[in-house]
Design a protein around this ligand. Structure first.
Ligand code: SAH
Ligand code: SF4
Length: 474
């Protein structure tokens, strides 16, 4: 079965790169390297998108800065998942008034999920005249062309039409680190959880071809990356749109077959289609980290139904148990929304009891934030912010207690960790991750960054483990 799939033709991407080179001549004409600032909000997908924005900007000859007063081009890559993120973006974009006054030629672009919502694009148009360019996630592949139009015509450009999305290959990337890399395997989401804006702003699910994913993974391993995270809103749907008989577990197996010493991680898995095949594959593939981020959102069947999550508490618990059967050392993390419209004390008690039962290694907890245009935003919501906050605090306390208890169990064990950076703090100057992704602080030379080490865990609290390298004779 061949499935219709919208891709951006390769010549189009090449044309964008050529535009970068035209802009290069223009931007570097004064003999000074132009500087760009890319400010990223939200999820890993956005971080991966920003690596593409920086890839294009590098082709234009730009260096990078964190200082808005030094920047010739500013790109704010936004998030729309919760109101809090949007407020921060609006506050920070508003504050760019000062840098734009100091550097009148400065170009300010705002892109990403937030601007894909018509009411937000409108707000930027009306109330933020300093913004020169607005473009949604579906237009990212043609950022050079949009930027060129702003520069040529000296007028504001808004490009965020409703769109199901496409797949664009071959966009240059300037990656953030040398040890860990994001690798998008699919884009968009078809699930329409009733609280969530993602399907509206990121379009329909579309998978990259397996050979494109493998090619990128091979290049990352060649370049020395040791920790590769396969990204998608719901990686368990990978391949469903391709009609090639390749699912996400098959993809993991193919990445695992790439020679080299590296780790495969992935996120996010939707519980409705996490399969035993996936757990078995994780257990059998030696490079696949034993970590699943499996967002449960709520422990109450009534709320799960209202959220349109398509699984029950019982199915979720069964799945978590099955995953642990295959991988007794599995690290399990989750996302939970507190205060979904109509969530009662009884519903919340179900969430607490589920968390007690699963005992997550870490939990990411959020207070429900109404999103324009989603079904949940028009559901009756009689509970006050204070009541929701009380639940939120109780859940955080439980999450912290369980994480601390779990971390204490590591003390005295040996773990193979990947050193991934510096902490910037005195005694324990290095940060590392266990196979399951738990943070370990270590002492050592920064030359160890990018190396796998055997460490003994000497301490732990809610947030981190502490360890020391085990030497051959120790
Ligand atoms: N695709 C991922 C999640 C993307 S959003 C998944 O389905 O797991 C990341 C997390 O933000 C979600 O898991 C959810 O817990 C939270 N979230 C999404 N929309 C929200 C909203 N309107 N209010 C509060 N939290 C929300
Ligand atoms: Fe949002 Fe649900 Fe899709 Fe995750 S699966 S992005 S929560 S709609």
């Amino acid at each position: 079965m061949k499935v219709e799939r919208k891709t951006i033709p390769q010549e189009e991407i090449e044309r964008q790169v050529q535009i970068c080179h035209v802009l290069f001549d223009r931007l570097t004409a004064g003999g000074v390297q132009p500087l760009a600032l890319v400010d990223t909000y939200g999820c890993q997908q956005n971080e991966a998108d920003s690596e593409k924005l920086r890839g294009y900007l590098r082709e234009m000859g730009c260096g990078f800065t964190e200082d808005e007063f030094q920047a010739d081009i500013i790109v704010v890559n936004t998030c729309a998942v919760r109101e809090h993120a949007e407020m921060r973006v609006l506050g920070n974009v508003g504050a760019l008034n000062h840098s734009k006054k100091a550097r009148p030629g400065q170009i300010i672009a705002v892109c990403g999920c937030m601007v894909q919502q018509p009411h937000m694009a409108e707000k930027l148009k009306k109330s933020y005249p300093i913004v020169d360019l607005v473009f949604g996630p579906h237009e990212l592949w043609r950022f050079p062309e949009l930027l060129q139009t702003v520069m040529d015509r000296h007028k504001r450009i808004f490009a965020a039409e409703k769109n199901d999305g496409a797949v664009a290959e071959g966009i240059p990337m300037a990656r953030d680190g040398r040890v860990k890399a994001w690798l998008s395997v699919m884009y968009g989401c078809n699930n329409f959880c009733t609280y969530c804006v993602v399907p509206y702003v990121r379009g329909r699910e579309r998978s990259r071809l397996p050979e494109e994913v493998i090619r990128e993974a091979e290049a990352l391993v060649q370049a020395g990356y040791k920790d590769i995270t396969l990204l998608g809103q719901n990686v368990n749907s990978y391949g469903k749109d391709l009609g090639l008989d390749v699912d996400f577990a098959d993809l993991i197996r193919r990445v695992n077959a790439i020679p080299g010493d590296f780790l495969i991680r992935f996120m996010t898995s939707h519980p409705k289609d996490a399969t035993e095949k996936l757990f078995r594959t994780m257990a059998e593939c030696e490079k696949c980290a034993h970590h699943i981020h499996l967002p449960v959102q709520s422990g109450s069947n009534r709320i799960l139904k209202a959220m349109n999550r398509s699984y029950t508490r019982e199915k979720y618990l069964e799945e978590a148990a099955k995953a642990r059967e295959w991988m007794p050392d599995l690290v399990l993390t989750t996302d939970i929304i507190v205060g979904f419209p109509g969530e009662t004390d009884e519903d919340f008690a179900e969430t607490l009891s589920l968390c007690e039962e699963v005992r997550y290694d870490a939990m990411f907890t959020f207070i429900y934030s109404p999103r324009v245009g989603t079904p949940a935003a028009s559901m009756p919501d009689p509970y006050t912010r204070e009541e929701k906050q009380k639940h939120f605090d109780a859940l955080t306390e439980l999450a912290n207690r369980i994480s601390a208890e779990k971390h204490l169990q590591y003390i005295g064990t040996r773990q193979r960790v990947l050193v991934d950076g510096e902490t910037g703090r005195g005694e324990y100057n290095l940060s590392a991750r266990t196979n399951g992704g738990r943070l370990v602080h270590l002492q050592g030379d920064s030359a160890l960054i990018g190396r796998f080490l055997e460490v003994e865990i000497t301490g732990g609290n809610t947030w981190a483990l502490y360890g020391k390298e085990v030497t051959e004779d120790g």
